[in-house]
Design a protein around this ligand. Structure first.
Ligand SMILES: CC(C)(COP(=O)(O)OP(=O)(O)OC[C@H]1O[C@@H](n2cnc3c(N)ncnc32)[C@H](O)[C@@H]1OP(=O)(O)O)[C@@H](O)C(=O)NCCC(=O)NCCS
Length: 150
């Protein structure tokens, strides 16, 4: 975690840093599609959104975003998280996600949700570390929805 700085994204153009980035775990690949980048730009302007970028010097290390675009009242959603492969398994995912969860708590949220693929074991481990619980989401069955109630 040495020399890594966390920045709050101030301008939606900074989200472009995610374009063409991807993460891989076994046969599962996570890629930033155009639609995801568009949604991130849209939700950036919602009240109480927090987007964070971690860097080491000029080098991209990680991104995590949380916003209130969720249908249950007063929940925040961790919409995206990615740690550059060169920096994974060093606790950076936990650190940046923890900052987003703290933000939701500071805004008086009821809880936080996030969604991930059945194959995404690293993300599932990360959610378990924060004591998220699997939730039977009536609107999404293509993966796992996690909920953390404060
Ligand atoms: C999920 C992700 C953000 C985790 O980031 P990270 O910085 O490596 O996570 P941390 O170092 O904080 O580790 C958190 C836990 O996950 C586990 N973990 C992380 N990567 C793992 C891997 N490849 N295999 C097994 N466990 C892994 C760690 O072991 C750790 O648990 P532990 O401390 O009990 O050992 C990262 O793997 C990633 O960017 N993946 C690609 C993008 C993605 O899938 N995003 C989520 C979309 S929903």
């Amino acid at each position: 975690m040495n020399q890594i700085t966390f920045y709050i994204v101030q301008n939606e153009n900074e989200i472009e840093i995610l374009r063409n980035r991807s993460g891989k775990y076994n046969n599962f690949t996570y890629t930033y599609e155009e639609a995801t980048i568009d949604l991130l730009k849209k939700n950036f302007n919602l009240p109480d959104s927090l987007y964070l970028i971690a860097k080491k010097g000029d080098e991209f290390v990680a991104f995590c975003s949380i916003d209130k675009d969720w249908w249950e009242d007063n929940y925040f959603m961790i919409r995206e998280i990615i740690v550059d492969p060169n920096f994974q398994k060093q606790g950076i995912g936990e650190a940046i996600m923890g900052k987003c969860i703290d933000h939701a708590r500071s805004k008086g949220a009821t809880g936080v949700v996030t969604e991930t693929a059945f194959e995404n074991f690293p993300m599932q481990k990360l959610c378990a570390k924060f004591h998220f619980e699997k939730w039977d989401n009536p609107q999404w069955k293509e993966g796992i929805t996690y909920k953390l109630i404060f």
